[in-house]
Each structure stands twice: as structure tokens, then as C-alpha cells.
Design a binder for this molecule. Structure first.
Ligand SMILES: CC(C)(COP(=O)(O)OP(=O)(O)OC[C@H]1O[C@@H](n2cnc3c(N)ncnc32)[C@H](O)[C@@H]1OP(=O)(O)O)[C@@H](O)C(=O)NCCC(=O)NCCS
Length: 145
């Protein structure tokens, strides 16, 4: 069973497997999440921002956040950041469940959600969730709320 929880503090110990696996895959998002949280640079605590954890069988198996898009000069634009699901848990709806919370709890506060997909596969994931592909330097997909 997948349980999506809002994370108000960094679950540093639980993040260990996600950090190791993401780095083994060459993805930097979990390391960046941890680094910026610890430094205070990004704690998903701005207006409308939030970080979520996906728990599978009681363990942290995915993370993802909603931030004010730092590349758009518009506080009504949110950006999906640091979305990562453990390889063993992919293809089971964990990413979709995280994104549902990221999008639904941002509706009202935000008019648009952007993301920069790091790969073609990640782009297909966002398109399956209704995002439209765009070609901008800082974003690959957009969802109008
Ligand atoms: C992208 C990612 C978050 C998707 O998570 P996931 O839990 O596997 O996604 P879901 O199982 O919820 O998939 C939802 C839908 O997206 C689509 N999808 C997911 N992965 C896909 C892929 N690799 N190729 C094509 N479509 C894909 C499917 O259509 C799926 O719909 P379905 O349930 O009808 O099959 C995950 O693969 C991941 O962490 N990748 C590495 C990090 C990354 O790229 N993060 C994105 C940062 S912006």
C-alpha cells in the first residue's frame, strides 16, 4: 500500500536508500534535496510549497516537492522538484500518487505547474499525467491548473 505524507522535516535516515540508489543511477535530485535542506537553501516552506514522501510497506520509497518556480517571475507558477521513486517501486503508481498530491494541493494557490524532465522516459511519465511538452531552456513540460 502506498501512503503519501507531507514531510515537514528531512527524514534523513530514511532517505539513505534513495540517496544511494539515485546516485548509482546518476541522478542528483536526492543529493540536492538533502544538501539544500541542510543548508537551508530550499526547505519547501515557502507560500504554497511542500515536500511529500511516498511510503510503501512503511518505508520511504519516493519523494517529490512543489516549489515556487525559481525560473519564472510569477508566484502563481509552481515547479515539480526532486521527484524520485526507488527503482524497485517504479511502475506501480508511486510517482502518480506523489504527483496527485503535488498538483491537487497546489491548485488554487498556483495556476501552472512546470517541470524539467531529465530524460525522455520521465517526459513520458509527465505526459501520462496530462502535462504538455514545451521547449524552453528551463522547463520541458507544463500543466495548466
Ligand atoms: C519518473 C518516475 C518518478 C516515475 O515514477 P513511477 O512510480 O514509476 O511512475 P508511475 O508508476 O506512477 O507511472 C505513472 C504513469 O507514467 C507513465 N510512465 C511512468 N514511467 C514511464 C516510463 N519509463 N516510460 C513511459 N511511461 C512511463 C505510465 O504511463 C504510467 O501510467 P500507468 O500507470 O498507466 O502505466 C520514476 O521513474 C523515477 O523516479 N525516475 C528517475 C528519476 C526521475 O526521472 N525523476 C523525475 C524528475 S523531474
Amino acid at each position: 500500500m502506498i501512503d503519501i505524507r507531507r514531510l515537514e522535516t528531512l527524514p534523513d535516515t530514511e532517505l539513505g536508500p534513495l540517496l544511494a540508489q539515485s546516485q548509482a543511477e546518476g541522478h542528483g535530485m536526492v543529493a540536492k534535496l538533502r544538501k539544500h535542506w541542510i543548508s537551508g537553501a530550499q526547505r519547501f516552506d515557502g507560500d504554497g510549497e511542500a515536500l511529500y514522501g511516498a511510503y510503501g510497506d512503511g518505508n520511504l520509497v519516493g519523494v517529490g516537492g512543489r516549489a515556487i518556480d525559481p525560473y519564472r517571475n510569477d508566484r502563481r507558477v509552481a515547479r515539480v522538484q526532486r521527484l524520485y521513486v526507488l527503482p524497485a517501486w517504479r511502475g506501480q503508481g508511486v510517482g502518480r500518487a506523489l504527483m496527485r498530491r503535488i498538483v491537487e494541493e497546489g491548485a488554487g494557490r498556483f495556476a501552472t505547474v512546470t517541470v524539467r524532465a531529465p530524460s525522455a522516459d520521465a517526459g513520458l511519465f509527465y505526459e501520462a499525467l496530462g502535462f504538455a511538452p514545451v521547449s524552453r531552456e528551463t522547463e520541458t513540460h507544463v500543466l495548466m491548473l
